[in-house]
Design a protein around this ligand. Sequence first.
Ligand code: PLP
Length: 368
Amino acid sequence: MSAPATPPVKLRPEIVALPAYRQGKTVEGGFKLSSNENPFDPLPGVLKAAQAANEVLNRYPNGFAPELSARLANRHNVDLSQVIIGAGSVALLAQFVIAAAGAGDEVIYSWRSFEAYPLLPVMSGAVSVQVPNRPDHGHDLPAMAAAITERTRLVIVCTPNNPTSTIVTKTEFAEFMALVPSDLLVILDEAYGEFVTDPDAVSGFPLLASYPNLVVLRTFSKAYGLAGLRIGYGLGPTAVIDAARSASIPLSVTHQAQQAALASLDHEGELLERVGHIAALRTTIWKGLTAQGWSVPEPQGNFVWLATGDDTNEAVAILTRNGIMARPFHPEGIRISIGESESVEKLLLSTEEIVQNLSKRRAAQPVR
Ligand SMILES: *Cc1c(COP(=O)(O)O)cnc(C)c1O
């Protein structure tokens, strides 16, 4: 790879230093299991709603999505002023970071976690404080609480955690919140909340009434399969939501996205059936991997985590050769999304090949 070019104009050095994003490659005829997307085609009713919205392409959308906000407020029993809609929940995360953390302020999150987290504090001039995951790949919440300082303005808790697919339990979260000052914002990022089957997992919405400093984020991208339209939402205390609204890029939530999200709520039964199907495939894959000898945290998102460590690049090359596109995080591990039913056999054959290859190589090497 060539060195990044020196920009011809004066730019913020911390932004220039960020690695430029390059979209993952896709393989012809293979399975794209690298972006935690929903493998199902959009439901006809949802597609129709989005297409009908095209007829007013010449008009600006109502960026605050009043109809969708009202639906969500009603369903979660909160005031309309407590709902915020964004162009994906990543956009909302950025808005909350901008609203809470300015130059020199600190944002705490666990690591490894969602790839977007490190970028957001940089944009607002704030500083990331990354707290390493526990050996079982879950959040170390006591350590995250211990990392809070005078400069901390935001803590992000991701459950299920992307990319390790681990959850935070109700008890862990309650103990954590008891340690957090009540004037420090906590965001519970539940992008994969609909896929959770573990009854001990925390769920944010019922807790909103208990904590004046809690915001819960959800998205239509994953379980509802609208990743391409960019729409997500958050619920929280009115004054915090208002601040995040003020930090939004105006009119970024399109009319198509709003209409498709509304139609998705109308077809929720069917969509949640698909979610159940994906969760069942996840169990099949997890059991298959465990039988092959992998130690995989019990997955609760629509993806599994292989802690391949230093062997990550080699292991991902084997997956790629077999037509499985996964997301490598060298030298930690590989995230593999749960995709089409047809991908399962190929995936498990590939992971078996990885086990065989690596153990062969280890046997050939003198033990250090
Ligand atoms: C995918 C994802 C999101 C949100 O995605 P959007 O498409 O922007 O709604 C948020 N948080 C995590 C952890 C994710 O993996």
